[in-house]
Design a binder for this molecule. Sequence first.
Ligand code: G3H
Ligand code: 13P
Ligand code: ZN
Length: 307
Amino acid sequence: MALVSTLEILEKADKEGYAVGAFNINNMETVIAIIEAAVELDSPVIVGVSESAIRYMGIKMAAGMVKTLAEAVPISVGLHLDHGKKMETIKEAVKNGFTSVMIDASDRPFEENVKITKKVVEIAHSAGVSVEAELGKLPGPEDDISIEEREAFLVNPEEAEKFVDQTGIDFFAPAIGTSHGAFKFKAKSKLDFERLRLVKEKTQVPLVLHGASSVNKKLLGAAEKYGLELSGARGLCSEVLKKAIKKGINKVNTDTDLRIAFTVGIRSVLLQEPSVFDPRKIMGPAMDFMKDVVKERIEVLGSVNKG
Ligand code: G3H
Ligand code: 13P
Ligand code: ZN
């Protein structure tokens, strides 16, 4: 079917108490893996495209691949601009049929973030496109900061309420303790659930969890087997993620797990079959590894049979 409004996908998830995966793409193999996995589990899915992915493959290529595949399948597929920073990219995404855009001005002072986000809402809503925005920061565990300093990176629930009210955004990404990449925690996964509860209570919109990759044992085992160096990597464990979904997270962003799966797939062929030079034989297994990741995530998010 045609692409479906991301807001519609998330409002249903919010009402029924599950989350939908937003998976980042960097090439055609990733698009196919994501959509095939979602179709096999009859799950809705959101395809995320970052500004750097747009620089890599072009916005028309990214949007064209997702729209073409979505039209051929019976599940709901949303197309989302991830971490939009430039007004120009937001406008391009709206023009190219994205069903939602994220404006990420979370590094700006509150009032400036509100001003920029309001402008994006005006542009996007006039084209029927929904808007995500973020408050707080997602640090990396490698940032050498104290627990108190890390606290200061997290969303302030009062500010969140004001921000959602003043901007009119459709879904909101609060920083509650995750970070992007493969090195999220030094020890066990930990999120600020009380902060999440307050944000949900005060904003009443679908919430988004960035930096949600699992970097789980299976991926790390495969990485080790095929010589991908990831020592010390640690992601968000499924139990903690499930609890976050119970408390109001409806969109769960994953990129790192797919990047690891893709690399493991490529390495597995190149290391084991030195005579292979057909790109399809190299990319095929990478696609299978990524498909497994998407299926595992969909099971954890509870969106099976919600397609
Ligand atoms: O949250 C960020 C995503 O992982 C996208 O990263 O800008 O390197 O494509 P990227
Ligand atoms: P990960 O790095 O945990 O996959 O997070 C991706 C993300 O938040 C994309 O917006
Ligand atoms: Zn993110």
